[in-house]
Design a binder for this molecule. Sequence first.
Ligand code: PEP
Ligand code: MN
Length: 332
Amino acid sequence: MLVVMKNDASETQVQAVIQEIEKMGYRGIPMPGIERTAVCIVGNKGPVEDAVLLTLDGVKETIRVTKPYKLVSRETQPEATIITIGDVRIGDGKPVLMAGPCAVESEEQALTIAHEVKEHGAQVFRGGAFKPMTSPYSFQGLGEDGLKILDKVRRETGLLIITEATDHTNIEVVEQYADIIQIGARNMHNYSLLRRAGQTTKPVLLKRSFAATIEELLMSAEYIMSGGNTRVILCERGIRTFADNTRNTLDLSAIPAIKEVSHLPILVDPSHAAGRRDYVIPLSKGAIAVGADGLLVEVHHDPPHALSDGMQSLYPEQFAELTWEIKNLKRW
Ligand code: PEP
Ligand code: MN
């Protein structure tokens, strides 16, 4: 249930509502909005009795939240969330470009690619230091040494850094270096990691698992938000279907579907969806056309020698073409 406060309700009145909710044995989470503040009740198993709440000063009305997710829902917050990190605003209508290699391989590799993607319009540099690989024999990432390289990339280029935490132990070190913490598709159901991500002060980009429904993705985002971290970015990266022409099937319908029910920004990763670089530009155009708030794209200066995902990594000049193409979609 949502307790909607009057436009002129004071902070003391909001606190009184939260206290009353706690007396009932639930938690009240304030959701300050542009129009009004609402207090979202979480922790209830069935319907909440609202008679006392309606008598409190500053309360306008109560609204039953019909979805299993609450804090991520548009019922709770009608206006879109905009996440501001430095000069970058995610979710304000202008697509944000995050680009870089699948994995950080060396300082030279990361800096070379970072300078290229920055020149061609990226605002955020991506690169994994902890890699969740399908095979235990594949390159697993440079770990903290990779994070130190990413720190250097930020200092030399001014790009923000997104990098993945793969479990609730390495998120400790990742949050010290990252501007945005990525939680990968394989970890969308890793509830101890999601809970820990709810406690970080850094924004979190949560990828949809290749076998998750939209509701399951939103429930995972709810884990992070219910821990107190409201800065969650969703990412569609392709789901598994019977189609075998691509690595995964990019579910573009997820973008308008999520925008309808959630206020959180959503990005598209065309690289892991396609699995091949020649589809990345067309899929990126589709993603921006259907309303994605940005793209997470793999780019490598020498894809044939990349230690992971070379097949789907764009050459820098292809990334320049991608930027040009999507700018021509006139959402800028
Ligand atoms: C990645 O971004 O490099 C990655 C591993 O992606 P996903 O979790 O979508 O497979
Ligand atoms: Mn990858």
